[in-house]
Design a protein around this ligand. Structure first.
Ligand code: SF4
Length: 280
């Protein structure tokens, strides 16, 4: 049994929040620079330059990449040979998020009830997804998920008869309907299969994969290539003002499903794409 103290987890999460909110991840920066070379519209090019400049200012001055510093989404993959010491894991994560958003002066964006809408004042509760896996390591994934892009996400309980074309049409229409609201260029997470809740979770997990790394399954890789082309053919473009660069990447994550079902979830993330992973 390997022991990991919740204090170590607290410190790791503080660092994840800081890096995600202040530093544009290298994979995103690289995709923005590649897009600048392929974008054909002058408005699109100008916006992409501004996004790169925005990231440089954020890193140099320790300022958030965006004023909406999002809902804290935390993925924990916990090796089954780990013994956690030092108290409750759930409370450690919530306390770390509380501390990070206060310490780094990040906007608090959570309300206590969807209808009452009173701000909780500390950006908690974080959304925590826990999985027990083989081994003695612990992987922490952190996403600061903005409201604009999350609002444009969709789930469709399609039927198998629509086939691959139906899935592509659903994803592309979701991006088209979103227009400039999710602050494109977006990263498109697609959860394919499972059931209603599994598809949504797959779509969010797909966002954590580094940009440029293809899906594991050949069928998912093929679908990613088709989707990226068709999404960029919509012409939505950077910030919805037209152009080639509507998405930096499309990530598909699939799972077996019922013979009568074809669930597909689309989780959009904006150009800041604040995702960080660390392994303890
Ligand atoms: S969608 Fe992203 S870039 Fe746009 S306002 Fe929200 S967090 Fe900021």
């Amino acid at each position: 049994m390997r022991e990991i103290s919740t204090e170590v987890i607290r410190e790791a999460l503080l660092d994840c929040v800081r890096r995600a909110c202040f530093i544009l991840m290298p994979d995103v920066r690289q995709k923005l620079e590649e897009s600048l070379r392929t974008e054909t519209g002058e408005t699109g090019k100008s916006i992409l330059r501004q996004l790169i400049k925005n990231a440089e200012i954020a890193a140099a001055e320790s300022r958030p990449l965006c004023q909406d510093t999002g809902v804290a989404v935390v993925f924990l993959e916990i090796g089954q040979e780990i013994h956690l010491t030092g108290g409750s894991l759930e409370e450690t994560v919530q306390a770390a998020v509380r501390e990070a958003y206060k310490k780094f002066y990040l906007r608090k964006s959570l309300v206590d009830h969807p209808l009452n809408r009173k701000n909780t004042g500390d950006n908690t509760p974080a959304m925590i997804h826990t999985r027990i896996v083989p081994g003695d390591r612990m992987k922490i994934g952190f996403v600061a998920k903005g409201g604009g892009c999350e609002n444009m996400s969709r789930i469709g309980m399609l039927t198998p008869s629509v086939g691959c074309r139906g899935v592509v049409d659903f994803v592309v229409q979701t991006v088209r309907d979103a227009g400039g609201n999710p602050c494109p260029p977006v990263v498109v997470g697609v959860g394919l299969g499972g059931n209603f809740e599994k598809a949504a979770l797959l779509a969010k997990e797909a966002l954590l994969r580094p940009l440029g790394r293809p899906a594991e399954l050949p069928a998912d890789r093929e679908l990613e290539r088709t989707l990226l082309k068709e999404v960029n053919d919509t012409g939505v473009g950077p910030m919805g003002l037209g152009g080639r660069t509507t998405a930096l990447a499309v990530h598909v994550k699939s799972f077996p499903c019922h013979i009568a079902a074809l669930p597909v979830a689309v989780n959009l993330d904006c150009h800041s794409h604040r995702h960080v992973e660390t392994v303890l």
